[in-house]
Ligand binder design. Sequence first.
Ligand SMILES: NC(=O)c1ccc[n+]([C@@H]2O[C@H](COP(=O)([O-])OP(=O)(O)OC[C@H]3O[C@@H](n4cnc5c(N)ncnc54)[C@H](O)[C@@H]3O)[C@@H](O)[C@H]2O)c1
Length: 388
Amino acid sequence: MKILIFGAGYVGLSNAVQLAIKNEVVLVDIDKKKIEELKKKISPIKDSLLQEYLDKEKLYISFESDLDIQKKGYDLIIIALPTNFSSKNNSFDTTQIEDLLQKLSTEKFNGLIVIKSTVGIGFTEKMSRRYERLSIGFVPEFLREGSALADCLNPSRIICGGETSKLKPFAEEVLSCCKNSKTELLFTSTMEAEAIKLLSNSYLALRVAFFNEVDTLAMTKNLDSKKVINGIGLDPRIGSHYNNPSFGYGGYCLPKDTKQLNTDFNNPENELMKAVIKSNNKRIKFIAECISNMGIKKLGVYKISMKKDSDNWRDSSILEVLKILKKKDIDICIYDPLIKKNNFLGFKALNNFDELKKTSELIIANRIDKKISKVKNKVFSRDIFNEN
Ligand SMILES: NC(=O)c1ccc[n+]([C@@H]2O[C@H](COP(=O)([O-])OP(=O)(O)OC[C@H]3O[C@@H](n4cnc5c(N)ncnc54)[C@H](O)[C@@H]3O)[C@@H](O)[C@H]2O)c1
């Protein structure tokens, strides 16, 4: 297949590399710096496998920053553009996808278009009605940042939303580039696929919020949180996975996807999603209060990303905690190798870990790694199981 992919982020880049093992792929991004790096085979994102594939695999891939690239001759266009949540409209901002579809319609593109960006329920159908000539499907992405390519190569399921006969060749091509022989293939309507994506992420958010509330209860009643969570998880219906407390769920997807699902319900009967969002905000406030009540004057922050092995700090919960602590009389310093300046969002940024240790009375860390575990007696974290 000749495939054109728009958006070289976590989703676009990992899908491009996966498909380029057997297909001819062109990856397009508006960010010229990113494209220049990719042309030199440097992965712009931190990922367990991406750099290795760029270095060692024979990939049929090229990179382009010209958005007006000729689209004729391609069998497939994949859209992996951002869909940030707009608080003003209380829904995803899909302008960039809409602009691209408008262009494809004017240019009379007649191949298959697959949207991989997360969109609200009904978006693909609305676009198909607006641009009747275009063949548009929705195939959600379930990868995790930090292991994006590995997740693409080993998906638990591929959900194909749209006309089965058009999507089947695409699904079979993706499957043939996978390493997981147990991958389930499910054909649905576009709205069902959109709902599956938002509901899956909302379930994950709900589970995080639940175990964070368990941890809040344990902290306020002086219980051993680890024992309580272990005791709950020993019920096989619940299980001992995805139960590690944190400062709150965060990252690019869970906060925005829960909000979008809440908007899409648009029904007073829906209580759960509202409660999950509220619970997460309360957890962040609770963590900030715990820290503030310690009476610390010099506070260190160890890393701003959500996960140990990720370089993504979009909407990370530690930053939400800091927004609250900023209003208190506390001197705050951040250490994170990701920060290249000496000031970050109004906080002093240090590039020397020893300096952070020396100057901080307490260091907060959403996740504990090898480096920070060496000064454990100075650390405040709720990472009980040492996992993401
Ligand atoms: N990050 C995840 O873990 C994840 C998982 C599943 C689904 N998603 C969804 O996939 C979509 C993309 O997420 P992401 O994390 O890859 O985003 P990202 O921000 O990492 O990447 C998006 C890329 O699109 C580029 N871009 C922006 N406007 C453009 C345009 N007009 N033309 C070409 N390129 C343009 C940006 O420069 C950026 O490189 C979002 O809808 C997100 O919700 C993300």
